[in-house]
Design a protein around this ligand. Structure first.
Ligand code: CTP
Ligand code: ZN
Length: 160
């Protein structure tokens, strides 16, 4: 995809390009990575609704100047299972991988059961979910057994 008409936003020098995000999900991807735009110190570019051979239309997110681990990047798969991560160094793609939903998700999501021990003020326990199914997405809280689906995650990140 190096044709000039793809270059709505220029190539980046060092950072991460998350490509092949289903159209409309770029903001959700940023929220999931904990990027709100208020942090400062790094640059983010969003490309929304561009043509893709594989997906019809897609979104792209480019992040410069912030380190993201492979584990953090794999969380993107929760909301954008088709996404590809490209690690960029000195303008070159030095590695590329397809995101994959991990088996266990710790500390990132809040259980929707208000009585769950992970939601008790006096006893803050890190949340932990196990993946029951990837398609459709089904996560189970390790503490109370409540099942969470994609739209629970979207609600949690404020975009449903
Ligand atoms: N990219 C970028 N800055 C760079 C290098 C690449 O923003 N310095 C972006 C490209 O615009 C593209 C993505 O990173 O969106 C992946 O780049 P590349 O592997 O060159 O593109 P494709 O071959 O089209 O990728 P794929 O096969 O994964 O579709
Ligand atoms: Zn729970």
């Amino acid at each position: 995809m190096s044709s000039k008409r793809e270059l709505i936003i220029s190539k980046i020098r060092d950072g991460v390009v998350i490509d092949h995000i289903p159209a409309g999900r770029a903001l959700l991807v940023l929220r999931l990575l904990g990027i709100s735009g208020r942090e400062g110190g790094f640059r983010v570019a969003l490309v929304m609704n561009v043509e893709s051979r594989k997906l019809g239309i897609k979104d792209i997110v480019k992040i410069e100047g912030r380190e993201l681990t492979k584990d953090e990047l794999n969380l993107v798969a929760l909301v954008a299972p088709t996404a590809t991560v490209n690690i960029i160094r000195d303008y070159e793609v030095i590695s590329k991988f397809k995101v994959a939903i991990p088996d266990v998700i710790e500390g990132l999501l809040k259980c929707k059961n208000p009585r769950c021990i992970t939601n008790q003020q006096r006893e803050p326990i890190r949340s932990r979910f196990r993946v029951l199914s990837r398609e459709p997405l089904k996560l189970v809280c390790d503490y109370c057994g409540t099942i969470h689906e994609l739209n629970d995650i979207e609600k949690y990140f404020g975009l449903a």
